[in-house]
Ligand binder design. Structure first.
Ligand code: HEM
Length: 231
């Protein structure tokens, strides 16, 4: 009897989609946790800075300072690499299928939504790079007079978001995130098998509600600073 060679699940199209969905869960949980923490800004400088300090020392004394934070960063970066890396592989696969399979344009292959997901994903990536250089490392100081205060993230946020163009970058980045989440959530639910005719009707509205709540929550912060509700 002829034996079939085992194909690793991650090299199949569906396996790749599952990997993308699983990496999205890690990124999604971070986005939700980060939002909950950041909303503390509406309670004033001390609760916000205490929370930022807690992130630094979480796990102590079992872990050294920033130990757990670095574990979380490594997990986050790994999820990001899987998410982007697998996307690029799927995209190449589709392109190859198109040039080999048909000569005419097939709108199914590069649909409007998959283009929007690609450009939106790229915008989020650029936004996160700007954001980390702005609020984590302090390499970008939009207001040079205020500088970067390593142990006062509250002050860094107020100084940055008081400038309309910095708040503008955050609002655009978060809108891109909201759109990406909306499509990612409902298509991810399908990939992970939540495909029951009884509930399919609710998948899109549920994804829309979650994406809107997250986007509005994040946008409230730069706008809150810009309009003087947080100072
Ligand atoms: C618009 C409101 C936001 C505010 C006020 C905010 C605030 C902050 C602050 C203060 C830090 C630095 C933490 C520290 O090192 O002490 C940070 C880091 C970070 N933020 Fe945000 N953030 C916002 C939106 C976002 C969004 C939408 C994303 C994801 C798409 C994001 C992803 C990150 C990442 C990846 C880091 C680096 C984490 C680390 O290395 O520890 N942030 N954020």
């Amino acid at each position: 009897m002829q034996r079939m060679a085992a194909i690793p699940i991650s090299s199949t199209s569906i396996g790749k989609k599952v990997l993308m969905a699983l990496s999205s869960i890690v990124l999604f949980l971070y986005v939700v946790g980060h939002l909950v923490g950041n909303l503390k800004i509406f309670f004033g400088p001390d609760p916000f800075n205490d929370y930022a300090e807690w992130l630094r020392v979480a796990g102590s004394p079992l872990f050294p300072d920033e130990g757990l934070l670095w574990i979380a960063r490594v997990i986050l970066l790994a999820a990001l690499f899987v998410h982007v890396g697998v996307y690029v592989q799927l995209w190449r696969q589709k392109r190859r299928a198109r040039t080999v399979g048909y000569r005419t344009f097939d709108p199914q292959v590069f649909s409007w939504m998959s283009r929007a997901m690609m450009w939106g994903g790229l915008a989020i990536l650029l936004f996160v790079i700007f954001h980390v250089l702005h609020l984590t490392t302090g390499h970008i100081t939009p207001d040079p007079a205020a500088g970067f205060q390593r142990h006062d993230p509250y002050e860094n946020i107020i100084a940055g978001f008081s400038l309309w163009w910095v708040s503008g970058i955050y609002v655009i980045g978060v809108l891109a995130l909201g759109m990406h989440l909306y499509h990612g959530l409902w298509s991810g639910m399908q990939t992970l098998g939540m495909n029951n005719p009884k509930y399919n009707l609710y998948r899109r509205p549920a994804a829309a509600v979650v994406a809107i709540v997250i986007a509005v929550g994040y946008i409230a912060i730069p706008l809150g600073v810009l309009f003087g509700m947080v100072s």
